[in-house]
Design a protein around this ligand. Sequence first.
Ligand SMILES: [Zn+2]
Length: 258
Amino acid sequence: MGLYHCEGIILRTRSFGEADRIVTLFTKEKGKIEAVARGARRPRNRLVGVTQQFSYLKALIFTGKSLDQLSQAELIKSFAPLRDDLLKMAYASWWAEVLDVFLPLNEVNSDVFLFFLAGLVVLERVPDPILVSRAFELRLLRYLGYEPVLDRCVGCRRTAGPFAGFAPAEGGLLCPACAGAANGQLIPVRPATVSFLRTLYQADLRVLARRPVDPALGHELGRLLFTFIQLRAEKPLKALSFLQSLTAWTPPPEADLN
Ligand SMILES: [Zn+2]
């Protein structure tokens, strides 16, 4: 039992009991934690405003026998624009879902925390998040230790292309010879897409946010990364399904229709 201070971003909230809310908080100091916010579903409770998804807060946590308790919270940044815009909310929820699925509880990872925070700041401002999100997804996979192999054949390690495609179950590219011997799904990828994917590891999210988006490329990258992440997650990803259904019919903002 004790008290500690931390700062964190709310990945997820769920109702608990009659008026409480359990928040999943990704903190800089303690990694991913869960804490109950007592009374946070009562309209006049002081925790109502600060315990919304994506809120970035300074918190005082009381460690209990079973559940930790969010004792005090002070908003650092609300990220309200991410909740007010359906498309951005879908992207932010998807990022939060990846973190929630792949991060173990109580494992400190301040690099990932800072990367997530920086990502949300960019997401708030970018008109079309496709490329920013693809880079975010890929970099997150690297941080979390699930990096797909994109610089050689995952079967025979040959670095020279062309490659037959990306095999999600194998975790990377396959050359034609290895692809012939493998079973499982093979996603065709153009050589230009592979090169672009590799550049995404180094790309500055703020620079990507200003880059014009080729929707075909965005979707090709999405197909590859979504299938890969979905397979690794080993459970249905609700925020991903929502994002996919939304982007399937939403035209990209400021799209060139000529
Ligand atoms: Zn091979």
